[in-house]
Design a binder for this molecule. Structure first.
Ligand SMILES: Nc1ncnc2c1ncn2[C@@H]1O[C@H](COP(=O)(O)OP(=O)(O)OP(=O)(O)O)[C@@H](O)[C@H]1O
Length: 258
């Protein structure tokens, strides 16, 4: 189910501004990869290039290749909606649909795909909420608004919504930045469980978090404002945090810049 991601020379633009330059990396299925680096170095841009969300902005485009299990998702005949279904995304701020119940939030993607049968929707909702470690907290109030949950619960609801449509890759853009430490730990535990099924890529500013949850870490950086971000080093997380090969990585993880 989980898929391998291969980026070959991915260069992403906003109009004429080159935000990232020539990013190449291979991300193994059923692994967690953390993207770290100073603000503005292009981590989120790269993340959004993985599921073709980058090009949603006017004049935004990419060069290079992004292969998911060998298929270039930027090929002309590729169905963009199918790509985004296969590669789900969780954002910085929990964003449940405000007018919908907890249940409707989870099944929203299935309804869009035309699933109507109540028993199927109920089954999927329970499975997704269990996988997101939220079922026990919400099973007695599935009809209540999703927006009435705590921040951490809302983020787990958004994760349940993402996995309800059975993606193969889950991208997370600073998923804990709006959460308290306890909710953060709950999400980190969840990420560790989800990697049994999915390929996960997470952007995080929190280096302890990268060290805790990821198998591999990619360090991005820029030389100066206006320059494009580049992938400086990509290796096993333990190596990046204990014995990086590049001086710039070491300077960053030891807090000398960024
Ligand atoms: N919508 C946009 N239009 C124009 N430029 C953008 C847009 N989004 C990001 N950029 C620019 O692209 C570069 C990379 O931004 P990006 O958000 O990918 O970096 P980041 O490493 O994720 O930063 P942060 O850690 O602060 O979230 C920055 O110079 C940023 O200003």
């Amino acid at each position: 189910m989980a898929k391998r991601i291969e980026a070959h020379g991915v260069t992403s633009y906003y109009g004429s501004f080159k935000a990232i330059d020539g990013v190449s990396m291979t991300i193994e299925p059923k692994s967690v990869t953390a993207l770290i680096g100073p603000s503005g170095c292009g981590k989120s841009t790269f993340l959004r290039s993985i599921n073709r969300m980058h090009e949603v902005l006017p004049n935004a485009r990419i060069e290079g290749q992004l292969l998911i299990d060998g298929q270039n998702i930027y090929d002309r005949d590729v169905d963009v909606t199918a790509v985004r279904r296969m590669i789900g995304m969780v954002f910085q701020r929990p964003n449940p649909f405000p007018t919908m119940s907890i249940f409707e939030n989870v099944v929203a993607g299935l309804r869009l795909n035309g699933v109507k049968k109540k028993s199927v929707l109920e089954e999927v909702a329970e499975k997704a909420l269990r996988s997101a470690n939220l079922w026990n907290e919400v099973k007695d109030r599935l009809g209540r608004p999703g927006a009435g949950l705590s921040g951490g619960q809302q983020q787990r609801l958004c994760i349940a919504r993402t996995i309800a449509v059975e993606p193969q890759v889950v991208l997370m853009d600073e998923p804990c930045s709006a959460l308290d430490p306890i909710s953060t730990l709950a999400i980190e535990d969840l990420i560790t469980e989800l990697k049994n099924q999915y390929t996960i890529v997470i952007v995080t500013h929190n280096m302890q978090q990268a060290a805790r949850v990821s198998d591999r870490t990619g360090f991005f950086s820029i030389d100066k404002t206006g320059d494009p971000g580049r992938l400086i080093e990509y290796d096993d997380t333990a190596k990046i945090f204990t014995n990086p090969s590049v001086k710039k990585t070491e300077d960053y993880i030891t807090g000398r810049f960024g």
